[in-house]
Design a protein around this ligand. Sequence first.
Ligand code: CA
Length: 227
Amino acid sequence: MRVLVVEDEPGVAAFIEQGLTEAGYAVDRARDGEEGLDYALAADYDLLVLDIMLPRKSGLHLLKELRAGGNETPVLLLTARDAVEDKIKGLDAGADDYLVKPFAFSELLARLRALLRRPPLQNGTILLVSDLEMNSATRQVTRAGLPLELTPREYALLEYLMRHANQVLTRTQIAEHVWNFNFAGDTNVVDVYIGYLRRKIDGEGALPLIHTIRGVGYQLGAEHSGA
Ligand code: CA
């Protein structure tokens, strides 16, 4: 899942970026409201973490412009302590949740997980595709009840596929959601990681769940489009 963090305080931004990266998210950072809006419009993010007090354009202003343009990416606002007025304005402007600074990182992670559970994404903390199960709270993955050891990048890739189960996803879509802007644009890396995942998930004798859709990309599910 790919997250944009719009935060002007370098220490706070670095803290959030590091923690989210360690938790397996692909993270981009913007330092002010203008840059944040540019980023949010340039890429298809799964989540936005948005500070309210920002130079050049406030978080509220950014949010209003984003929503006015039809963008429905879930937004978690970061507000200063006791700024009740900001929270109300933020929710009215289309924010999905807010967190008061300073916050515990575990709470930020829990709130982001909650936002990811909302439709149209697959519902719930437990993601299930056939006998493949992912617990997005404990980050445990099992196939037919047997635990799978995944690297953080493999996990991130699988989470994206599971949250979009039975959809045909292009290599570019996958790359954009699992890697950040530092991603060089070579979608071969997607094929390489799909290969790693396949070896772990679709072992010998197991019903294949990862399907190659020729000329397009990939699809996760018990059945596939065969396009
Ligand atoms: Ca700020």
